[in-house]
Design a protein around this ligand. Structure first.
Ligand code: URA
Length: 213
């Protein structure tokens, strides 16, 4: 259940939308928020991984031997954009434990307002993998576009971007910078406010996940 353009897929499945509504509510506790993010990440994972590399494996059923399809987990890299990306990463890793995992840390320079990298640890041979970059909030798109720049510099060629909420401004920024990177999200919201928050949004995803301010 999706609304799709070539560049953006909005997962409209009722379970995703119901869980997202609870996450948006400001009265939702940190523990419930985190649990729902984990659950939604697994539902979104279903959409974003539909073309995963497969291999076959010789197995024996109670009836006979067969070559059965199996995921080739070595061909997948999940890359969390810190810190909120970890909320999506955890649920996805439960589904695909054999995936390789990377982390990219970026902060916004207060003077230039540009994203600055403070941490980067990525799996090897990115060029041979499907790389799924995860960050719950696609707001201005500046840090997401910078993270994708970095992945491409490291050789990644087949990249997808998974988020929970997207703003039109962020989608446009990503489309301009990385038209080859499809975006999967649970909702496309109305706009950004003056502080760069997604409206109506859910607030600061990292703060809501970790109970910080
Ligand atoms: N990051 C967040 O956590 N929330 C927003 O609304 C925008 C960016």
């Amino acid at each position: 259940m999706t609304d799709q353009t070539q560049h953006l897929t909005v997962v409209t499945h009722p379970l995703v939308q119901h869980k997202l509504t609870i996450m948006r509510e400001k009265s939702t506790s940190t523990a419930v928020f985190r649990q729902l993010l984990r659950e939604i990440s697994q539902l979104l994972a279903y959409e974003v991984t539909h073309k995963l590399a497969m291999t076959t494996k010789r197995i024996e059923t109670p009836i006979q031997e067969m070559d059965a399809p199996a995921l080739d987990g070595r061909k997948l890299a999940l890359v969390s954009i810190l810190r909120a990306g970890n909320g999506l990463l955890d649920g996805m890793l439960e589904l695909i434990p054999s995936a390789r995992v990377g982390f990219i840390g970026l902060y916004r320079d207060e003077e230039t307002l540009k994203p600055v990298q403070y941490y980067c640890k990525l799996p090897t041979e990115l060029g041979e993998r499907l790389v799924i970059a995860v960050d719950p909030m696609l707001a201005t798109g500046n840090s997401s576009a910078a993270a994708i720049d970095l992945l491409k510099e490291q050789g990644a060629k087949d990249i997808r971007f998974l988020c929970l909420l997207a703003a039109p401004e962020g989608v446009a920024r990503m489309k301009e910078a990385h038209p080859d990177v499809p975006i999967v999200t649970a909702a496309l919201d109305d706009r950004l406010d003056e502080q760069g928050y997604i409206v109506p949004g859910l607030g600061d995803a990292g703060d809501r996940m970790f109970g910080t301010k």
